[in-house]
Write a protein that binds this ligand. Structure first.
Ligand SMILES: C=C(O[C@H]1C=CC=C(C(=O)O)[C@@H]1O)C(=O)O
Ligand SMILES: [Mg+2]
Length: 465
């Protein structure tokens, strides 16, 4: 039984309409209630019955989980302009009616979305529908914060809206979401697997090392695609369940649009801001996990001492350090990386903490950081030019910031959308990349991308290499 405290959606909508009439402009209404704990993936599955777009987000420690159903607002910007997004969000909030006693629990009006890796990349068939940056405030947002659960309902009220109809519709949908019967998941079965041009990709790695030898570029990150087909439509809830149970230390995300879903489990935080405290992550340099404790330690030690991987990592540290210094004081970055263990591989990891200067917001930092040398290379312009000209893949939102921010702009978090896949009905494309530096060997980089495909995504989709 779901308990709610004093939910009076009807009263709020009527009051908001009066405000819309008085100000001669629509009112953005957001009402938050505390509800009895509900399983986020169950709620996500219930959203499918409403045939609305869904989002899922879990912080890497799984302490915060969001599920969004429906779009009450969509901000879409072809040039992926960060400042335009800020402006549009401010405008939406300008005439709002926010009823929220639980602001401290990541509730209320929250926008979720992503940016393209390269706004200048031409969108072809694969990423059709995901042009530019896109953010939405869900109509229904479930926030699960440790053992507490909240539901935020958000809607626009116009001067001439039919409030009784709006209210009845919201109440019906809310009931369907909160009281949906348990659905069983459908196992996803892969019937076809296709690696896109592995030989050509290895050739491209060789071309990148040549370019690094000859030109003013030190690192180029190259990605590739693995395509799969299922025997039936892929059940996204099933994929999320597997990711949640298998991927510790990773952000789990899903952003669905018209039955196409971008989904992943990424270990890489781009930036989190919480009351001017900033947290970022330098993550680059990769080794497998061992099958015994001794072997695992051996791989870890090799990774820490390996110059090629240390170089890959250091480009990221230097760039993030500079970018954060330009908008923050008290920047705290250890001199040496440590190991970041995941299920099947381990990375070199350097955490970054700082206090953001007044006047800067989360989106300003995202704009400064993206793309870091962990996904693009160093220097930025020349590595990006190489990727634009030669990479075989349409990156779309892969390798780009994905995340959320709140109404104050300063609460929110973005991850880098790697270890990810784009699922469309019976098909999916998986993406994996690696940092190429002058010592890179095409076969070894190819192997590295193979282990980045397997868990999380390929395994969560029901397959193996
Ligand atoms: C580009 C990816 O990983 C990046 C993040 C961590 C380690 C990396 C590496 O060692 O090459 C990559 O820079 C990917 O997983 O698709
Ligand atoms: Mg690497």
């Amino acid at each position: 039984m779901i308990e709610t405290k004093d939910l009076n959606i009807d009263g709020v909508l009527h009051a908001a309409q009066k405000q819309s009439v008085d100000k001669a402009t629509p009112t953005f209404v957001s009402v938050t209630e505390q509800i009895t704990w509900i399983d986020p993936i169950h709620f996500f599955q219930a959203g499918q019955q409403l045939q609305e777009n869904r989002i899922f987000w879990s912080s890497s420690d799984q302490s915060t989980q969001f599920v969004g159903i429906g779009d009450s607002i969509l901000f879409q910007n072809k040039d992926a302009s960060y400042q335009m997004l800020k402006k549009e969000w401010e405008q939406a909030l300008n005439n709002s009616w926010i009823d929220n006693r639980f602001d401290q629990y990541k509730t209320g009006p929250i926008a979720f979305g992503g940016f393209p890796f390269d706004p200048k990349e031409k969108v072809n068939e694969l990423w059709n529908g995901f042009e530019g940056s896109q953010f939405r405030v869900p109509t229904f947002l479930l926030t699960v914060e440790n053992d507490k659960a909240f539901l935020t309902t958000t809607i626009y009220v116009e001067e001439d809206s039919h409030i009784d109809e709006l209210s009845a519709d919201l109440i019906t949908k809310r009931h369907q979401l909160l009281h949906a019967p348990n659905t069983s998941f459908q196992n996803n079965t892969i019937v076809l697997k296709h690696e896109v041009d592995p030989l050509q990709w290895k050739g491209l790695v060789a071309k990148a090392t040549d370019t690094i030898e000859r030109e003013e570029v030190n690192k180029i990150v190259l990605a590739r695609e693995l395509q799969v087909e299922f025997d039936d439509d892929c059940d996204i809830g099933q994929v999320l369940t597997t990711l949640k149970h298998t991927q510790n230390h990773s952000f789990i995300f899903a952003w669905e649009k018209d039955n196409v879903c971008f989904i992943g489990a990424t270990p890489e935080r781009l930036v989190k801001v919480d009351n001017q405290q900033l947290f970022s992550t330098c993550l680059a340099g990769t080794a497998p996990r061992g099958t015994t404790i001794e072997e695992d330690k051996w791989y870890g030690q090799q990774l820490l001492n390996d110059q090629k991987n240390r170089d890959e990592h250091q480009f990221v540290v230097d760039m993030i350090k500079n970018a954060v210094h330009s908008c923050a004081k008290y920047v705290d970055i250890p001199n040496e990386p440590i190991l970041y263990p995941l299920k099947n591989l381990q990375h070199l990891y350097t955490p970054v903490e700082a206090e953001l200067d007044k006047g800067y917001t989360l989106l300003d930092v995202v704009e400064k950081l993206h793309p870091t040398p962990a996904l693009c290379g160093f220097p930025r312009e020349s590595s990006l030019a190489f990727i634009r000209e030669f990479e075989l893949l349409e990156r779309g939102w892969y390798g780009a910031p994905i995340g959320w921010f709140d109404q104050h702009f300063n609460g929110g978090e973005f991850a880098v959308a790697i270890r990810s896949a784009l699922i469309s009905d019976m098909k999916a494309s998986l993406f994996a990349g690696c940092g190429v530096v002058k010592e890179s060997d095409p076969d070894i980089e190819y192997q590295e991308t193979n282990i980045k495909f397997t868990p999380p995504m390929l395994q969560a989709l029901g397959g193996s290499l």
